[in-house]
Design a protein around this ligand. Structure first.
Ligand SMILES: N[C@@H](CCC[C@H](N)C(=O)O)C(=O)O
Length: 293
């Protein structure tokens, strides 16, 4: 039996998503259907799928509501390969824009919106034309695996960082090395984290800090999606790694250039410790209807 799926295509710095609304939580797509929708030749094409579900209608949503009763909507995120992910930094801005566009939520200037995710509740506020999301606390995690990638002459040490989902950040020597990588091939991590990882390759700009803002370039191979034009949580992990390597006196504000645009990262003191904020654009591109088997 087939059914029609009404969707909206959205993107943030070129990280693109298929979004659909399922308030009651009765349209869970199978991994095969997700991979088919995300296929760039046979489907709509996207780096991931985001289902908007009322938190009260999902098990993970109940945890979100317990954490913050304002989190009435849950961002149910799936990678293009049909596997679930805990968090998506570009996705949460596009998700917010989608809820507003569909009339499912309101967000007045100066207010914030709480969104349920598998990594916990995250709050989003308007930021000029785009949005900024408080991605909460971060931590060093996943050790320092050796990373091999196609066209990288020798393995390099990476730094494991968890921002709700897993990342490994690798510093490269210069722009030529970054541009020469072939990220169509999966980078190999040794040891390999059990749950996999998104792998970010970074190069500092010259100078690294300008007007108090740290500046880096980044490319990413996303777990479950391959090379993408941007990864929001990846940009956060990359800025945190370079800030960590730079040591005392490193800035709290970072500008991360990715192939699809520029993202802002800010480390700040929140009520219960250090948090990290991600800012950037969010756009809805088109609506469509897909017949799914
Ligand atoms: N593109 C996202 C991250 C999406 C999930 C990631 N691929 C994972 O598996 O953790 C972002 O903008 O953060």
């Amino acid at each position: 039996m087939s059914f029609d799926l009404r969707f909206t295509k959205g993107q943030g710095t070129g990280n693109d998503f298929v979004l659909f609304s399922d308030p009651e939580g009765d349209t869970e797509l199978t991994p095969t259907q997700i991979a088919a929708v995300c296929d760039r030749r046979f489907g709509v094409g996207a780096d991931g799928i985001i289902r908007a579900v009322r938190s009260s209608n999902l098990d993970d949503g109940a945890a979100a509501l317990a954490e913050d009763p304002r989190a009435t909507w849950f961002m149910d995120y799936w990678n293009a390969d049909g596997n679930v992910a805990e968090m998506c930094g570009n996705g949460i801005r596009v998700f917010t824009k989608y809820l507003l566009d569909q009339g499912l939520a309101e967000l007045h200037p100066g207010e914030s919106m709480a969104v349920g995710t598998r990594a916990g509740v995250r709050t989003v506020t308007r930021n000029g034309e785009g949005f900024r999301a408080d991605l909460g606390a971060w931590r060093l995690a996943g050790g320092e695996p050796l990373v091999r990638a196609k066209n990288l002459p020798v393995a390099r040490p990476g730094l494991g960082i968890d921002v709700g989902n897993p990342h490994v950040v690798v510093a490269l020597a210069d722009d030529d090395e970054l541009d020469g990588l072939d990220l169509a091939y999966l980078p190999i991590l040794d040891p390999a984290p059990e749950a996999g990882a998104n792998v970010e390759f970074v190069v500092p700009a010259e100078p690294l800090v300008e007007d108090g803002v740290g500046r880096i370039r980044m490319r990413v191979h996303e777990r479950g999606s391959g090379e993408t034009l941007s990864c929001g949580t990846g940009a956060v992990a990359a800025a945190l790694a370079v800030r960590y390597w730079a040591g005392a006196g490193a800035p709290d504000d970072w500008r991360v250039q990715v192939p699809g645009g520029v993202l802002g990262v800010r480390v700040f003191q929140a009520e219960h410790g250090e948090h990290v904020m991600l800012s950037g654009p969010a756009e809805l591109v088109f609506d469509g209807v897909l017949s799914l088997a």
